[in-house]
Design a protein. Structure first.
Length: 338
C-alpha cells in the first residue's frame, strides 16, 4: 500500500487499522506518525481496503429504514418528490409553521403540567394565631414556678434511688459532728473505726471506755485545755448519735470523741465543729430604728397601772410639740425623766 492510500483515510480509520495490525502507538500520535507506523508494518494494503470498506458502509439513515418498511415507501417517495418540486419560499413557510406548532405544543404541555400540579397539590388552609391574654400568661408562669418547687428530677433517677441499698452504717472515718437543736439541747453523731479502737486500746488500756466529752468554750480561744467547763457521756457503740442537754442557752460548745482510762486519762480520737446555742429570751440589743412611742407601746402591750386618760392626752400633746430627729419616735426613758 502506498502513502497516498493511507493519507486518504481519517485518523480514526488509521487508529483502527493500527489496532488490527497490533501496532503499538504512543499517546497523542498524529496522522503522520500513524502513516509512518503503518507503512513499516506488513500487509497494510489489505487492512486499508478493509478500513475503506468499513468507512463506506454507513449506518442506515431514517430514510433508508423508511424505504425498507413496505407501509412507508409511498410516503417517503412523496415527501422526497415534494421537497424537490417545492420552491424555497414554500419550504421556509413550512419551517416557520412547524416551529409555531412545536412552540404551541410545548406551551400546551406546560399549562397541562401546571394544572395537574395544582390539582395534586394540597389545599393550603390559613392557620389561626390565638392570642393569649396577659393575665392567663401570668397564671401559667405562676403554675410553672409552683410545679418546679416540687420537681425532684426524672422518674429514672427516682427508680435508681429506690432500687439502691440502704445507707451504710459507717463511712470508715473517725469523726463527730455537733448541732444545736434548741437553746438547751444539742445533737451529736459520731463514728469510731474498729481498727483505730483496737490500735489505741493496745497501748492505752483495754479497759478504756468510749466517751463523748462536751466542752463549754464560751468566750475562749479553745485549744483543748482552756474550756470553761465540760462533762462526759459514756457511749457503748462506736457508731451512733445522741441528744445532750447542756442547759446553757447562748453559750458555745464543741465535743470530742475519745477514750477515758479508769485512772481518768483522756485520749481524743476526733473533734467536732463549734456551735453557739440560741437565746431563750428577748434580745438585749436596743436600736432606735425599731423603737416605739410610749403611746403605741402601751396600746399594743396595755397601759401601765396609774395612767389616766388626761395623762395620755398630755403625752400626745408633747409628742406633737417636741421636735425630734426621728419623727414618730419617743423613748420610754425620756417620758419618765420628764
Amino acid at each position: 500500500m502506498t502513502k497516498k492510500d493511507l493519507t486518504a483515510l481519517t485518523v480514526t480509520g488509521l487508529k483502527a487499522l493500527a489496532k488490527k495490525k497490533k501496532i503499538a502507538l504512543t499517546a497523542g500520535a498524529k496522522k503522520a506518525d500513524l502513516i509512518a507506523a503503518l507503512l513499516k508494518a506488513p500487509a497494510a494494503e489489505k487492512s486499508v481496503k478493509a478500513a475503506g470498506s468499513t468507512r463506506l458502509k454507513k449506518a442506515p439513515t431514517k430514510k433508508q429504514s423508511a424505504k425498507k418498511t413496505p407501509a412507508k415507501k409511498s410516503t417517503a417517495k412523496k415527501t422526497v418528490s415534494s421537497k424537490k418540486n417545492a420552491s424555497p419560499k414554500k419550504t421556509a413557510a413550512a419551517k416557520t409553521a412547524m416551529k409555531k406548532t412545536v412552540i404551541k405544543k410545548a406551551a400546551m404541555k406546560k399549562t397541562s403540567a401546571k394544572k395537574s400540579a395544582k390539582k395534586s397539590a394540597p389545599i393550603k388552609t390559613s392557620r389561626r394565631t390565638w392570642v393569649i391574654p396577659k393575665h392567663v400568661k401570668e397564671m401559667q408562669s405562676q403554675e410553672k414556678v409552683a410545679d418546679a418547687k416540687y420537681y425532684t428530677g426524672p422518674e429514672a433517677d427516682h427508680a435508681a434511688l429506690h432500687s439502691s441499698d440502704k445507707l451504710p452504717a459507717g463511712y470508715g472515718e473517725d469523726r463527730i459532728t455537733l448541732m444545736a437543736r434548741d437553746p438547751s439541747l444539742t445533737y451529736a453523731y459520731w463514728e469510731a473505726t474498729p481498727e483505730r479502737l483496737v490500735k489505741e486500746r493496745s497501748w492505752f488500756g483495754m479497759e478504756a471506755a468510749l466517751v463523748v466529752r462536751i466542752y463549754d468554750i464560751t468566750g475562749t480561744q479553745f485549744d483543748g485545755r482552756n474550756a470553761v467547763g465540760y462533762f462526759d457521756q459514756d457511749v457503748s457503740e462506736p457508731v451512733g448519735s445522741w441528744y445532750f442537754e447542756t442547759g446553757r442557752p447562748g453559750h458555745s460548745f464543741c465535743a470530742d470523741l475519745g477514750m477515758r482510762s479508769p485512772e481518768g486519762r483522756f485520749l481524743t480520737l476526733a473533734r467536732s465543729n463549734y456551735i453557739t446555742m440560741p437565746r431563750d429570751g428577748v434580745s438585749d440589743v436596743i436600736d432606735e430604728e425599731w423603737m416605739l412611742a410610749d403611746e403605741e407601746f402601751w396600746r399594743l402591750y396595755g397601759f401601765p397601772d396609774g395612767i389616766s386618760s388626761p395623762q395620755v392626752q398630755e403625752l400626745w400633746r408633747r409628742r406633737h410639740q417636741q421636735e425630734i430627729s426621728s419623727p414618730g419616735l419617743f423613748s420610754r426613758a425620756k417620758g419618765k425623766s420628764k
